[in-house]
Design a protein around this ligand. Sequence first.
Ligand code: IMP
Ligand code: MG
Length: 184
Amino acid sequence: MTYDDQDYLRRNSNLDRVLISSEELFKRIQEMGNEITRDYQDSTPIFVCILKGAYVFLADLTRCLGVDHEVDFMAVSSYEGGTQSTGVVKIEKDLRCNITDRDIIIVEDIVDSGLTLNHLVELLSTRSPRSIRIAALLDKAAARTKPIHVDYKGFEIPKEFVVGYGLDYDEKLRNLPFIGVLKP
Ligand code: IMP
Ligand code: MG
């Protein structure tokens, strides 16, 4: 844990502990960037960032890439505040770009039930991309209700509600430099 991590932890009384420190995040994201760079040597993939949670991950991941790429953004909602999924996936903002015949990498903060990604993969597939892969920073595999294959996975985590590094609790705590767990 860095001094910065400890400082954020001290200042947020509703945080229980740090689950993944900023150093661990950075190291793993560099590895993921290297993997993607190796796999896309002959392509200019489009990174589809799922707002809002994945914006921090996208920014760090793309800065670890050694291949030309584009970014675009989509916003979906399945959580109406709080910590429980409503099971309803709504497209709030669609892509600007045309993905026909392009290699797509969906960038997601966390795969929980898998409902969001299942829905997105199905939707984007109807637009005839050349390929679709998924890069997810966190995977709560034990919470899965819809099977989904994560091609580039950062960390597997237990079935706990986490915040920070883009992930929110009621729109707050996205700015934490680490992944933390809230107090019960
Ligand atoms: P899924 O559709 O159940 O897989 O949920 C995926 C979305 O739920 C993620 O993109 C997050 O926005 C949100 N989510 C799931 N688990 C957490 C969590 O522990 N903290 C914050 N957001 C979460
Ligand atoms: Mg999300």
